[in-house]
Design a binder for this molecule. Structure first.
Ligand code: ZN
Length: 335
């Protein structure tokens, strides 16, 4: 089982439409051991280093049965890594293999206000699925999934609104066929790109902080396309990884002059600046993990129909993500 899981992780980990940076996690059950991805590791690295941690499965099942979703998983072997924040989610699914991803075609629909029209109707009764409303990842989310599964115990697909999907299966082939079907049923057209005019240039501000045009040139569309630029202000905090890596709000400027004045006066020194009609600037040292998240966001919002209402996380939901030690650890692990 290990070899097929590792190969699959390395494969999906390379596809930004399925996995972004350190996001997503995978597990398999082997007797009393739950092998689960370690927090902060990348699925894409599965074939080149150990990203899995062995966890005591009967212990977790006992705690879940007793309603203790805040339990700290117990390692059942040597590892210097910490099990994923979502370990309980993997333990409570009865399936041999469990894959949780933020697949773009699915996520792009899970952030829309009208779930029935955009997810339930296109799926029909082709798959056995349940949905849970947004919950903070970890204990709260695990409890919600556990309760939803009690209503439909044969479900093998769990939609997490404003977050992603969990798929359970007997083996990797089973998981892959479900994921492929989901992606094809929920695919959305991508909006047209706007031609690049004068792109923003690198600049150094008085405090020595350097800003450079974002390395992935396609991301300038976020500032060049007027419809996407509006989304930055109105629909920024759509799902947890985005907020954790890129912050509670987008820093948008009407033009380069407004941005320069703002940083000269040291009002805010944002890591990312979106200049309307100009492009996207990032502070030097903007990490790969953050860039993967920005790409994810662009992939999600370029798939939104023009007038489609999206649901964003509330201020308190954003606050609980940003003041969370488990996420700080994952951030430190990020490259
Ligand atoms: Zn997730």
């Amino acid at each position: 089982m290990r070899a097929s899981v590792v190969n699959y992780c390395a494969e999906i980990g390379k596809d930004p439409l399925l996995v972004q940076g350190a996001g997503g996690n995978v597990s398999w059950k082997d007797g009393d051991t739950l092998w689960v991805k370690a927090s902060g590791t990348w699925l894409a690295d599965a074939a080149v280093k150990e990203i899995f941690v062995p966890v005591d499965l009967p212990h977790l099942k006992n705690e879940i049965a007793g309603g203790n979703f805040g339990v700290t998983p117990r390692l059942s072997g040597e590892s210097s890594l910490r099990p994923s924040i979502e370990t309980l989610l993997h333990a409570l699914m009865p399936h041999k293999v469990v894959v949780h991803v933020h697949a773009i075609e699915v996520l792009a629909r899970l952030v829309r206000e009208d779930f029935d029209t955009h997810v339930a109707v296109p799926l029909g009764n082709r798959l056995k699925w349940i949905k849970v409303e947004y919950k903070k990842p970890g204990a709260d989310l695990a409890r919600a999934v556990h309760e939803a599964l009690a209503e439909r115990s044969d479900a093998d697909i769990v939609f997490l609104r404003n977050h992603g999907v969990v798929i359970g299966g007997s083996d990797i082939a089973d998981i892959d066929s479900k994921l492929c079907l989901l992606v094809s049923l929920l695919e959305s057209p991508v909006c047209e790109t706007v031609p690049t005019r004068t792109a923003v240039k690198a600049l150094k501000v008085n405090s020595g902080v350097e800003y450079q045009p974002i390395v992935d040139g396609s991301l300038h569309q976020l500032a060049l396309n007027p419809a996407l630029f509006e989304r930055l202000g109105a629909d920024w905090a759509l799902y947890p990884d985005h907020v954790v890596f890129l912050g509670a709000q987008a820093h948008c400027y009407e033009d380069e002059k407004e941005f320069i004045e703002s940083v000269v006066h040291n009002e805010v020194m944002p890591e990312l600046a979106f200049i309307r009609g100009g492009g996207v600037l990032a502070q030097a040292g903007f990490s790969q993990a953050k860039q993967a998240q920005l790409r994810c966001y662009a992939d999600v919002i370029t798939r939104q129909p023009r007038d489609c209402a999206l649901s964003s996380l509330s201020r308190s939901q954003i606050g609980e993500l940003l003041n969370w030690d488990a996420e700080r650890y994952r951030q430190q692990m990020a490259k």
